[in-house]
Every structure is written in structure tokens, then in C-alpha cells.
Design a protein around this ligand. Structure first.
Ligand SMILES: [Mn+2]
Length: 249
């Protein structure tokens, strides 16, 4: 089996979905997993999710991106106002999974701090937490775009490098990956009734797991053409597609 390159979407403390996913893809030492960020907050078990990533880092090549929630956590260590802001943005459930800590377990904090990077780029793909500025090289991207801005699929464009971008952060309804060909959006929102997505970027295989421990598989389509809607970004009749670009979590 050739080396595999996975992207995993926003985990948000959904440790059951994560363990189900990891159990299914069964990472080997020469596989790479790019976790797109927002590992923490909202879901019931951030502690378990972070611990699984620590274990995973000893088992395969793990690349971890910083989501806006990790940014809020790092800032929360610095001031009371930042702590309050983070708690209001989902940090309260994270802290519940670390009952004895002011923030989170110091070892888990150090792991996140040491591993989080702002984006990842290979010869064939770009990975971001949130978004990208299409006409700027990755070295010129803004933190605001990379970590905070939601993607509006009907208004975005391919990245200037020509590489497909894999992104999280912009929550997708119905547990469905949004595939524009030049951009694959994989935050399928495991915290509610949705799914946690892993995309193997070379084969296009999609693995999804949920908090009930269920798993399902599919293959990316490469372009989004369905019976009810043409590919986003090419049409003006944008009913539907703009509704999916809801406020980021
Ligand atoms: Mn996010």
C-alpha cells in the first residue's frame, strides 16, 4: 500500500467519532494525517481527543493545524478577559473534561502549542483550517483568513498555486463533504447529528464516523454536480449554496 495522506476535519472533542475513525483507517508508520484544527471545545471529551492525537503522533506522521479554537485556548492562558472569551466560545465543555485544571492538562497544552502550525502544503495539496486568499501564495496568507473566515463556496476561487485546498471550519449540514474540485470542505460537524470526516487525498476516499460509533465510506466526486444544483462558483442562482456558509463555530 502506498503511503497515504489523510486530512481529518474539526474534531471538537468528539473522541468517540475520532477513535472510530482511527480504528477504521488504521494508520501505519508511513501514513501522514493532517488534523485540520479545532480539536477542542463544544464536544464532550476534549481530553480524550487530545490524548488520541498524542498517541497517534507516536504511530504515524501527525501534522496538526491551529484552529481558531486552539488560538483562543492559547490566548486564554494570558489574560482573564481572553479566558472568559474562550469559555464563552465552547471552552466551558473543554474545561469540564479536565476538572482539576484552570485551562487544560499542562501536558496536553504543551502538545497542542508545540504541534500547531498555521497551514500545511505538499507538492500536490494545501491544507488550511478555515480559508485562503486565492491570489496570494501561502507565505502571504493572513491569520484571519487561515483561522477565522468562513468559506462562501459560491464566491471563492482556486488557489493561485493550482493545488487543491482541503479546509475545515465552515460547518456543513447533513454530514456531507462539499467538493468543488479545487476545494474540498470537510467540517461535517460531529458535535451534533453530523460526522467526523477523514479524506485520503490521493485516492479521494472519504471515511466518516459519528459519536454513536458508526462508520460510512464514500469517494469524492471531484466536482460538485448534483441533480438539484450545479457547481458552486459558476452560477448566479445561488439559492441553497450561500445558506451553507453559515457562521463559523
Ligand atoms: Mn474553526
Amino acid at each position: 500500500m502506498p503511503n497515504r495522506l489523510f486530512a481529518i476535519g474539526d474534531i471538537h472533542g468528539c473522541s468517540t467519532a475520532l477513535s472510530t475513525l482511527i480504528g477504521t483507517i488504521n494508520p501505519q508508520s508511513d501514513d501522514t494525517i493532517v488534523v485540520l484544527g479545532d480539536v477542542i471545545d463544544y464536544g464532550p471529551d476534549t481530553r480524550g481527543a487530545v490524548q488520541q492525537l498524542i498517541d497517534l503522533s507516536a504511530r504515524c506522521q501527525l501534522i496538526l493545524l491551529m484552529g481558531n479554537h486552539e488560538e483562543m485556548l492559547f490566548k486564554a492562558a494570558r489574560s482573564h478577559d481572553d479566558l472568559r472569551y474562550w469559555l464563552d466560545c465552547g471552552g466551558v465543555t473543554t474545561r469540564r473534561s479536565y476538572p482539576d485544571q484552570k485551562l487544560i492538562d499542562p501536558e496536553h497544552f504543551r502538545f497542542l502549542k508545540q504541534h500547531c502550525r498555521v497551514f500545511h502544503e505538499t507538492d500536490g495539496f494545501i491544507f488550511v483550517h478555515a480559508n485562503y486568499i486565492p491570489d496570494q501564495p501561502m507565505s502571504k496568507q493572513s491569520d484571519q483568513s487561515l483561522r477565522w473566515d468562513a468559506i462562501q463556496p459560491d464566491r471563492t476561487a482556486p488557489h493561485v498555486s493550482g493545488k487543491p485546498v482541503v479546509a475545515g471550519h465552515t460547518r456543513l449540514p447533513h454530514g456531507k463533504v462539499r467538493d468543488l474540485g479545487f476545494l474540498v470542505m470537510i467540517d461535517t460537524d460531529p458535535t451534533r447529528v453530523g460526522w467526523l470526516t477523514a479524506l485520503e487525498v490521493n485516492s479521494g476516499e472519504i471515511f466518516q464516523a459519528n459519536q454513536r460509533g458508526e462508520i460510512r465510506k464514500s469517494v469524492r466526486t471531484g466536482t460538485e454536480v448534483t441533480s438539484s444544483r450545479t457547481m458552486a462558483g459558476t452560477r448566479n442562482n445561488a439559492t441553497g449554496s450561500s445558506r451553507e456558509a453559515e457562521a463559523p463555530i
